[in-house]
Ligand binder design. Structure first.
Ligand code: NAD
Length: 517
């Protein structure tokens, strides 16, 4: 969470006082030109300030892009295996600092400590995986249609890339973008979400500590409209990779279209778990609980719909209500807490508004539904895990991304209806099917319209070695992670080498070449 204030003159170094952090430009922290800062708070206790961060302007962005521009030539010409060595070293540094990073993350955005450790682990996994790409970055060699001619394609970095990230995976998501961009030889300006600037800054500093030359990786904090926009608009930035809401994605993709800039957008979801009559119900219940309320429902892959076959509907609802009501809500640093706060006041209000919408639409509130503001919850942004049942597929709570601890149970008559309902939103990120019938499982894999499909597992839990992203309004056709991560950050160059010593013409009748040199 954040607000804008006037900056104190100097950074505090006392452990008990929040520090002031600068932008990270050209290998060091620097104050914003205006000297203004904004604060990051703990959403479990808004009285706890995490730090004061640079409230930057387009001038600060220009400084960061200048640094990235200067560093590009040297970084591009650093052999990829050497670039990868730095990334591998960063993986080891991240391992040694995992607990510190995880605790900072829980304090800065609220997810429970176990999940915060998972977030950092994802960055470690990504670093190890991407370090391997340094010795691959594969191109193609193909036969030429002409004799004594060699044909191949190689990958080239794009140049300076602009990365814009959300708060819900404050280290993992920056890692999905930064690491492939680096190994491919690009230089970077990243703007993290204003709710989680410290996590991003720590990650960037660790990569620099691992040996990145100054200027290769720069970070500028501040608002989307000022900082994000300035990155998008600068003609020296060759590509934008954004993860965020559909509203911001549409705006950024639109501008990039006008500027003829490469852009990849990973946006919202309205994910669903389908539970069939032949499913292992206990397994499905456990999966739905984790899928709906992990990270307090603030995952782009959160299971915000559970589509249940009528034959198991009553049983599912009854058990799910009990399990949801038993979830322990609280400060994510505390032992035994399963669901933390939502990230800020605006998010809390938005989530609660959807609860009111659900009631007005005639859905049945099975459990939860309240903002908690007494006792241990008094200073945080806590919303009860909430379940609606008897939800109709066209209700707003079944169509729009809520991004909080709210899920909607929708009854269906059969498998085909479950697939139709699962597919019946504008989004297409992650869909899941619980069934013990192998034929149904494969039909689901074929017919579910989403970038990610799970069988007998919830909608959350992607691994970094496979592509990550969605279809329809969830994205614009790109994928992060896996080998596809490299595609976002490289340009193909096709190379022809003619060693015949004479002019050879391609794309003409070559019959006379058969059997000749
Ligand atoms: P958001 O769209 O509000 O912000 C995302 C980033 O864009 C932030 O850094 C923000 O400051 C910046 N931004 C805002 N306006 C901008 C502008 N005009 N120009 C440039 N940058 C701008 O999203 P959020 O609230 O931080 O994150 C939640 C959203 O992210 C949800 O919709 C969620 O589904 C989505 N998300 C998607 C994925 C995925 O991989 N598909 C993963 C995580 C989160």
């Amino acid at each position: 969470m954040s607000t804008t204030t006037k900056a104190p003159e100097t950074s505090s170094t006392k452990a008990d006082k929040p520090q002031t952090y600068g932008n990270y430009i050209n290998g060091r922290q620097v104050k914003s030109k205006s000297g203004e800062t904004f604060d990051s708070f703990n959403p479990a206790n808004k009285n706890e300030i995490i730090g004061h961060f640079a409230s930057s302007s387009p001038e600060d962005v220009k400084m960061a892009i200048d640094a990235a521009e200067k560093a590009f030539h040297g970084w591009k010409h650093t052999p990829a295996p050497h670039r990868a060595e730095i990334i591998l070293k960063a993986a080891h540094l991240l391992e040694t600092r995992k607990e510190e990073l995880a605790r900072t993350m829980t304090r800065e955005m609220g997810k429970v400590l176990k999940e915060a450790r998972g977030d950092v682990q994802e960055a470690i996994d990504m670093a190890k995986y991407i370090a391997g790409e340094g010795r691959r970055l594969v191109g193609q060699t193909v036969p030429s249609e002409l004799p004594m001619k060699f044909a191949m394609s190689v990958r080239q970095p794009l140049g300076i890339v602009g990365l814009i990230t959300p708060w819900n995976f404050p280290i993992a998501i920056p890692s999905w973008k930064i690491l492939p961009a680096l190994v491919a030889g690009n230089t970077i300006v990243i703007k993290p979400a204003s709710d989680t600037p410290l996590c991003a800054l720590m990650f960037v500093e660790i990569l620099n500590e691992a040996g990145l030359p100054p200027g290769v990786l720069n970070l500028v904090t501040g608002s989307g409209s000022k900082v994000g926009n300035a990155i998008v608009e600068d003609p020296r930035v060759q590509a934008i990779s954004l993860t965020g809401s559909n509203e911001v994605g549409r705006h950024v993709a639109g501008r990039c279209g006008q500027l003829m800039k490469k852009v990849s957008c990973e946006l919202g979801g309205k994910n669903a778990i389908c539970v069939m009559d032949d499913a292992d119900i206990d397994l499905a219940l456990e999966g739905a609980l984790w899928g709906a309320f992990g990270t307090a429902g603030q995952r782009c892959t959160a299971a915000s719909r559970v589509i249940v076959h009528k034959a198991r509907y009553e049983e599912f609802c009854e058990k799910f209500k009990k399990m949801t009501s038993a979830l322990k809500l609280g400060n994510g640093l505390h032992e035994g807490v399963e669901v933390g706060p939502v990230v800020n006041k605006a998010q809390l209000e938005s989530v609660h508004e959807y609860v009111e919408i659900g009631k007005k639409e005639g859905a049945k509130l099975l459990c939860g539904g309240n903002i908690l503001s007494e006792g241990e919850f008094a200073n945080g942004f806590f919303h009860e895990p909430t379940v609606f049942c008897d939800v109709k597929p066209d209700m707003r709570i079944a169509q729009e991304e809520i991004f909080g601890p709210v899920t909607a149970i929708i009854p269906v008559n059969d498998f085909d209806e479950a697939i139709a309902v699962a597919n019946g939103t504008q989004f297409g990120l992650s869909l899941s099917m619980y069934t013990r019938d192998i034929n149904r499982a494969f039909r689901a894999i074929e017919d579910l319209e989403s970038g990610i499909v799970y069988i007998n597992a919830p909608t959350i839990g992607a691994e970094i070695q496979l592509p990550f992203g969605g279809v329809k309004q969830t994205g614009n056709g790109h994928r992060e992670a896996g080998t596809s991560a490299i595609d976002q950050f490289t340009e193909w160059k096709s190379v022809y080498i003619d060693y015949s010593g004479r002019l050879q013409k391609a794309q003409i009748d070559t019959d006379d070449l058969v059997g000749k040199e």
